[in-house]
Structures are given as C-alpha cells and as structure tokens.
Ligand binder design. Structure first.
Ligand SMILES: Cc1cc2nc3c(=O)[nH]c(=O)nc-3n(C[C@H](O)[C@H](O)[C@H](O)COP(=O)(O)OP(=O)(O)OC[C@H]3O[C@@H](n4cnc5c(N)ncnc54)[C@H](O)[C@@H]3O)c2cc1C
Length: 494
C-alpha cells in the first residue's frame, strides 16, 4: 500500500460524523468524510415534496445551541450560522383525558407539575413524595448521577411513589428521551440529560430544518479543506499490520487514512465493516451483547392549513380504548413496554409529533403546515407479532381522537417505516440510539470511542457521549475529535 493520503476518514454524516469531521478539519487534519446516501445528515436528513421540506426523522433539539451541538458549532466558528427557534409554548400533552401545555420556561415548571399531577388524580397526601422525587431528580449531584448510572429509572421512581399514572407518564417522557422503556433506562443518564436541558433552557428547532446543523458543520469542514463525498458507501474498513488504514467503497474506490472514524453502529462496524477476527474476544462479546434502543414508525403529513398551534405535541392514544393514565395499574404500565419489546402493539401508543413549519414557516408553502410524527416500534431484526399496518392504524386513530377534524385538512400522508429508517441510517435493526442508554452502557461504562483496533474510532450514538439523541451524538463526535487530536500529537497514530 502507498502512503496514507488522509489523516482522518469519517464514515457517515450523522451528527457524530459531521461534528467529528468538522472539528478534525479545524484541528488541521486532512479529512475525508464519506456518506452512503445522496443527502447528508443521517437521521436528521430530509426530502422535498410539493414545496414542503420534510424531515427524515422527528426532531426537537433539547439543548438548542446551548449544549454539545452549540459547542461544536462554536469551536468551528459557525455558531452564528444556525438559528435555533424557541416557541414559548413548545408542546402539549394531549389525549386520554389529559391536556397539558408545556412551556419553555423554568417558572412554568410548578404550574405544569401541578397540572400533570392533578390530571393524573394524584392524591394530596402523595404530593410531598412526588415533589421530592422531582426536586431530587432534577437537581441530582454529579456523584449521585454516577451511582444511578447503573440503576434504572423505575428503581428511582419507586423510592418515592408507586402511583401507576405517574409511572405511565414517566414512561412516556423517558421513552421520548431514550426510545426505550423506563424500567430499563439508566436513572443517572436521565438525570444528567434533564439537568443539561434545564441548564440550557433552549428546547428548539433550527431555521432551515434539522439538517441545517449537519450542513453547517460540514461546510465548516470544507472551509478547512475537508472533502465530503455523498453516494460513497463504505463496504470495508481496510486493516494492515494490525491497524485500520483506510476504506474500500462499494464502487471499488479505495481511500487510505491514518485514522478511520465510524459513525455507524458498533455492531455493524465490528462485525461487517472490519471483521470480528481483528478484535479481541472480550470486545467481540461486549459488542455482540450491546442493547439497542427501539426503532420507530413515522408519518409525514402535509396539511392545507395551520391546524396545530404548538411546536410539538405528545399525543396519548389507546388502540382499544382501555388505557387511561388516571386509572391504570402498575402491571398495565409494564405491559405497554413488554408488548413493545415482544413486537406487539401496546395498549398505550404515545405519539411524538413535531411541527417544523411552526418554527420556520418557510418549510411549508404559505398558509400550510407540515407535521412529522412517530411512535416507538421494535427493531427490524426483532419479531413483529403485529405487522407495521397495525401500528400505522393505531397512530392515525390516536391522532384523529386528539385532534378531531384533522383528516379533512390532510393534503398527503407518507409513512416512513422501521425498514426505511434502518436502510437510511445504515444501522442494522434501525435503532434510534444504537447503543441504548441502560445500566452498564452509560457513563464510565459506555463503549469507548477508541476501539482496540489501532486507528479505528467511533463517533455518534454508539460510543462515548451523554444526553439525548442528537446531543449524545454531537458530544461523542466532539470527544472523538479531541481523542484523535491528542493521539496524533503524542504519536499514537502513525
Ligand atoms: C424517528 C426518530 C426520532 C428521533 N427524535 C429525536 C429528537 O427529537 N431529538 C434528538 O435529539 N434525537 C432524536 N432522535 C435520535 C437522533 O436522531 C440520533 O440519536 C442521532 O441523530 C444519531 O446520530 P449519529 O451521529 O449516531 O448518526 P446517524 O444520524 O444515525 O447517521 C449515521 C450516518 O452514517 C451513514 N453510514 C452508515 N453506514 C455507512 C457506510 N457503510 N458508508 C457510508 N456511510 C454510512 C448513514 O448513511 C448516516 O448518514 C431520533 C431518531 C429517530 C430515528
């Protein structure tokens, strides 16, 4: 093989890949960024239809420009190029006898908590424990976060309250954070992410669509001499003398690099792109055993007028009408996620709905509205007892019940199913967070960014980082760029 041409080759333009690529180029490293799709952005990419800008995923940015994403943009000198738009009433919980507006302000926390607990029918004598639960969770000191990293959110809640309604709502919120049941997700990670959100007070959506963040990072990379290629699917990561040394594309092109960064899932990278034989047995075992978060079923709906006022909605639906947060029981709450894990449509179907054109009206033709909604669904690699159509029907029913008359205003509706997500992001199974944030997989125990194969690194939602979705991936990308910079400086990469 000839001398390496690139210092760093990044595979993928998701949030982690874009952040790492931009920061590496900024650090003076000769950087090549490869994307298999015709458009950049991974889960935050988009397409256009009839004058609507349609997000590929369903996104709100939990820390706007004030968290890891903002930090990456600042470090590459591009923070002012992205405008994160905040709406005072950014969301509303709607359906199954609940109607609670959510405001983007710390002051409203008490009013919102009161409404939630009142509508859940929590008795006055239970309230002190519930207040303590919230207070201690949202203000958890760092040393306690570390302790709670390895325990579940359910264990945390149970210390204070066993009210099933409260568990149901905690479940819905945690599923929004981590796309996984609250009885499996890490309480430490939940507290860490909540504190980051409260500190930032910036839940928002960027002007120009979710992809503008990635586009801005990649433009900054190009300004520093990086090359970005789309329709460049990596078939293989090349290994020579026990180190990653480049990539081979599906079309046969080869690029050599001193370091390779994968933005794909850890499992795909280890077992498909590199080959298990290049890793020690304990690493192979660890990778094979990683838990992945759920996939999703999504609707993209164009409306002929502005039907929804809020920037987003959390719609609660019950396909057979037998789930009510106020009267639910602990076993029924558990069954919701047991069903989901075993491929059955659960009794509670929560929809996460974002209205991008309420943040940036230019994303829809004048007077019209684009809404994007999803619900959690099993991985494509799991057994689906109920087929995707059953999920889709339940989603439409929940939407119709929460927003009566919406159907009259639908211009068109498209489904982005679990298989489409898997294929677009290039992660087998199509997990929304490819290394789930469960005990043993967060904090100090999160898979490392530096792999045991010299020259191979990870950036994205599979290794390193903390926080919710895009924030997790951006932080991982930032950590990866810092590690690369240090490894180049101290001669660890030759
Ligand atoms: C439906 C849905 C809703 C979500 N909602 C939110 C939300 O509201 N807020 C939030 O913060 N997060 C949300 N998330 C999670 C968030 O989108 C992801 O966690 C995050 O964007 C993942 O970023 P990533 O860097 O890991 O890469 P990804 O976005 O997963 O992208 C990986 C990239 O790598 C490319 N790639 C893979 N293999 C190859 C290959 N062999 N060759 C070349 N390129 C390759 C892919 O094409 C893709 O572009 C949601 C996710 C989904 C799917």
């Amino acid at each position: 093989m000839t001398e390496p041409i690139y210092d760093v080759i990044v595979i993928g333009t998701g949030m982690g890949g874009s952040a790492c690529g931009a920061l590496s180029a900024r650090a003076g490293l000769k950087t090549l960024i490869l994307e298999k799709n015709p458009r950049i952005g991974g889960a935050c990419s988009y397409y256009e239809k009839d004058g609507f800008h349609v997000d590929f995923g369903t996104h709100l940015f939990t820390c706007g420009g004030e968290g890891a994403i903002g930090e990456v943009l600042r470090r590459v000198g591009a923070r002012s190029r992205v405008e994160f738009v905040q709406l005072r009433r950014f969301s509303r919980i709607l359906g199954l006898d609940m109607n609670i507006p959510l405001y983007n302000s710390l002051l409203s926390i008490f009013r919102t908590s009161y409404r939630i607990h009142h509508q859940l029918g929590i008795r006055l004598r239970e309230m002190p424990d519930v207040v303590r639960l919230n207070y201690n969770f949202f203000r958890m000191p760092d040393e306690d976060i570390e302790k709670w990293d390895d325990r579940t959110m359910e264990e945390y809640v149970m210390q204070y309250s066993q009210n099933p309604g409260l568990m149901a709502i905690t479940n819905v919120v945690l599923a929004l954070y981590f796309v996984y049941p609250y009885w499996k997700t890490s309480a430490g990670e939940g507290a860490w992410a909540s504190k980051a959100m409260i500190k930032a007070q910036a839940i928002s959506y960027p002007k120009g669509g979710a992809v503008i963040v990635h586009q801005t990072m990649l433009d900054a990379a190009k300004d520093r001499g990086a090359t970005v290629l789309t329709q460049a699917r990596v078939r293989k990561i090349l290994v020579e003398k026990g180190a990653a040394c480049g990539v081979e594309l599906e079309d046969g092109r080869k690029f050599l690099g001193r370091a390779v960064v994968s933005n794909g899932s850890l499992k795909d990278t280890v077992f498909n792109l590199v080959g298990a034989q290049h890793f020690p047995e304990d690493y192979r075992k660890m990778t094979d055993g990683l838990e992945q978060a759920h996939n999703a079923v999504q609707f993209k709906i164009a409306l002929d007028r502005k039907v929804i006022k809020e920037g987003s909605l959390i719609v609660l639906g019950s396909p057979h009408g037998d789930f009510r947060p106020k009267t639910t029981t602990v076993p029924q709450v558990h069954r919701v996620y047991e069903d989901l894990l075993s491929g059955r449509l659960p009794e509670l179907v929560p929809l996460y709905l974002v209205v991008p054109s309420n943040f940036d009206p230019s994303l829809a033709p004048p007077g019209k509205q684009i809404i994007i909604l999803c619900t959690g669904a099993p991985l494509t690699t799991s057994k689906w007892v109920d087929p995707p159509e059953v999920w889709e029907e339940a989603m439409m029913k929940a939407l119709r019940e929460a927003i009566p008359g919406i159907e009259r205003h639908i211009l068109w509706k498209e489904v982005v199913g679990a298989k489409a997500i898997e294929s677009w992001i290039g992660k087998t199974g199509g997990s929304c967070v490819s290394t789930a944030q469960v005990p043993g997989q967060v904090g100090k125990k999160r898979p490392a960014i530096r792999s045991p194969l010299p020259g191979l690194y990870f950036a994205g939602d599979q290794a390193g980082g903390r926080g919710i979705g895009t924030e997790l991936a951006a932080r991982s990308g930032m950590e990866c760029a810092e590690i690369l910079d240090s490894d180049f400086r101290n001669g660890r990469i030759s």
